[in-house]
Structures are given as C-alpha cells and as structure tokens.
Design a protein around this ligand. Structure first.
Ligand code: NI
Length: 141
C-alpha cells in the first residue's frame, strides 16, 4: 500500500456517530464505477457506487469483498472458485460475499446502486491491469 492511497485529508464524517443516507450518498457521485467511501468500521470501509455496463475480470488475493445491492440488478460472473465457474444475480436488498482469490466480473445491464464493504486500501480492479476503471482509494463523499 503506497502513501498515495491515503492522500485525502481526514473527512469530517470519520469517527462521528451520525445517520448516513446510502442512496443520498450515491446521488452525489458523478459517473459510473466511481466508488466513494462513506464510512469506516475499524479497518473496513463502506463504499457506494453507481454501476452501468461491464467491469473487468479481476480478483483480490488478500481479501473477500462484500456486495450489497441498494437498487437495480447486478450480475456477478465468477470463475476459479471451489464451486467452479458461474454467475449470480443480486437484486435490491440482496448481498453476496466474493471470497478472496475468486476471479469476478460485475455486470450491470441497467444502472445499479451498490454498497461495498472491504478493507481499507483495496483497489477496485484488484490484480487486474490499471485502466480507466481503476479508482484512486480513500475518496470520501
Ligand atoms: Ni472486486
């Protein structure tokens, strides 16, 4: 983890006990796949994003990744898991945990609003090549 992953100033919300509106936070984001941090719990971060279209295949070798769909319908293709290859579909109110080391590719045919939970410092494109889809870490909204 480089110093640049923690380049943002401490957000005012950090460490405060306050209500956070998930969809309200999503509405502040410009563009798709631009995940933003909205809260932390110990070393874990809660991030929201709007998704549309196809992401890239990637994996996170050091951590599981939790997807909670707030709105829309998200398909996650996966390969290389103990259960083999496949895909799942998550609708609003549903969640899944992608285990570490399992390659996955989120896909949103229509717009999806999403809450992600993962450790601080996780890069959205995992071990994949850095691309226009790669988002700098620790950007709060
Ligand atoms: Ni991932």
């Amino acid at each position: 983890m480089s110093a640049s992953t923690h380049s943002q100033a401490s957000p005012a919300a950090r460490g405060k006990c306050e209500a956070i509106d998930l969809l309200g936070k999503v509405s502040l984001i410009d563009g798709h796949w631009q995940q933003r941090v909205i809260a932390e719990m110990n070393d874990y971060q809660f991030k929201v994003a709007k998704l549309l279209g196809e992401f890239v295949w990637h994996q996170h070798s050091d951590t599981d990744e939790t997807f909670i769909v707030l709105d829309g319908e998200l398909r996650i293709d996966f390969r290389g898991s103990p259960q083999g290859d496949g895909s799942i579909v998550l609708r609003a109110g549903q969640m899944a945990v992608v285990p570490k080391g399992v390659e996955h590719k989120p896909w949103a045919q229509g717009e999806v609003k999403l809450l992600l939970i993962e450790p601080r410092g996780v890069v959205n494109t995992g071990d994949g090549a850095t691309s226009e889809r790669t988002v700098a870490n620790d950007q709060w909204i």
